[in-house]
Design a protein around this ligand. Structure first.
Ligand SMILES: Cc1ncc(COP(=O)(O)O)c(C=O)c1O
Length: 372
């Protein structure tokens, strides 16, 4: 054995040893309805305008560190001053920057499970202590229970997610306000799917409140590949985030895509309207299926529970159905072993053809299981 092979491998930080990575299999199937992206690419006119703008950029120079043009454009679009906008590589980098800045050893973050896994995951990576609250049977956050947890633990950061991933639940602004009143630190409302919902916490943002609303270009703007997200919050929060984030983190192509996309509002709204209509069609169809309980959603996905059938692996009915769907070329997200959403699968709303393919594959799977 060579000396090289005998060298002990450096372990990671003690608190990261038990950490698990992000699990969402990327399988090669024809109908991918597992990651909540837009099923539609951006319009060809967007591509032309973006590439033309990119051609004019001096690529040997660093991009604008403050992403000023992009922040101004996003601010104008939302009726917010640019000083309240912070942009990063996807909303995940916004969340990471928030936790690096306001979390960390000796600090706490409160999440309400089941919710977006990255809130807890990034909290752990940044050494932030996690406080875990739970949601009610309808998956909303109960304001009184939230107040009690906040009073007990005094978390520096409270995460809400509306619409919540993976349940699709929309949080009323009254709940956000109740949490804001009780919280001693920041309240982060993750609105990655905000444009699909009827209410938003954006109107509650002002220059004093410690409220952060996080949004992304990955879903409604059809730009998941370019990694762009942002938050809207008080300028004093943004000043701190800017000290922590790496200089020149946001590449010029991403910045340009963000400003260019905003010229295609009509197309974006049409995509959202179509997906909301399709969501309601899929919801109605799922309600007709035996063994399936589907939950209302304000987003571009639906969570549904699978009751046991007569198939052999009846102890894990949702996972069995997930596997059978994969065998038919349809990939959805398997939440069957997640606390709080046991026996559940989540389907992203795709094109009409993809949704129909999913519904017919699921109907077949359930019929075959019933017949076995
Ligand atoms: C609730 C929520 N927040 C944030 C993200 C991250 O999105 P991105 O980093 O692509 O902006 C996702 C992605 O699925 C999400 O579901």
């Amino acid at each position: 054995m060579s000396i090289e092979k005998r060298r002990p491998r450096l372990p990671p930080r003690d608190d990261l040893r038990a950490l698990e990575g992000y699990h969402s299999p990327q399988l090669d199937v024809s109908v991918c309805l597992n990651t909540n992206e837009s099923p539609f690419p951006p319009p060809p006119e967007f591509m032309d305008a973006w590439l033309a703008a990119l051609r004019e950029v001096p690529l040997h120079r660093y991009p604008d560190r403050g992403a000023r043009t992009l922040r101004t454009a996003i601010g104008e679009n939302l009726g917010q001053p640019p000083a309240r906008v912070f942009c990063a590589n996807g909303s995940n980098e916004v969340l990471q920057t928030l936790l690096l800045t306001y979390g960390g050893p000796g600090r706490k973050a409160l999440v309400f499970e089941p919710t977006y896994a990255l809130h807890a995951h990034i909290a752990r990576i940044t050494g932030t202590e996690l406080v875990v609250g739970t949601r009610g049977d309808d998956f909303t956050v109960d304001a009184d229970a939230a107040r009690a947890l906040i009073a007990q633990h005094q978390p520096e950061i409270v995460f809400l997610c509306s619409p919540n991933n993976p349940t699709g639940t929309v949080e009323e602004p009254a709940t956000v306000e109740a949490v804001l009143d009780a919280a001693p630190g920041l309240v982060v409302v993750d609105e990655a799917y905000g444009e699909f919902a009827r209410v938003s916490a954006l109107a509650l943002v002002d220059d004093e409140r410690p409220l952060v609303v996080v949004r992304t270009y990955s879903k409604v703007w059809s730009l998941a590949a370019l990694r762009l997200g942002f938050c809207v919050t008080a300028p004093w929060v943004i000043a701190e985030l800017e000290k922590v984030v790496l200089p020149y983190h946001l590449a010029v192509d991403t910045q340009l895509a963000g400003t260019t996309a905003l010229q295609f509002q009509t197309e974006m709204h049409a995509r959202v309207a179509f997906l909301v209509e399709e969501r309601e069609r899929v919801l109605a169809a799922l309600r007709e299926l035996d063994r399936i309980t589907v939950f209302e959603s304000g987003s571009n996905f639906l969570l549904f529970r699978v009751a046991p059938g007569r198939e052999r692996a009846a102890t894990d009915p949702a996972h069995t159905v997930w596997q059978a769907l994969v065998e038919r070329g349809v990939l959805v997200r398997d939440f069957s072993s997640w606390p709080g959403v046991e026996d559940c699968l989540r389907v992203t709303i795709g094109t009409a053809a993809e949704n129909t393919a999913f519904l017919s594959a699921l109907t077949d799977v359930l019929r075959e299981a019933g017949a076995s």
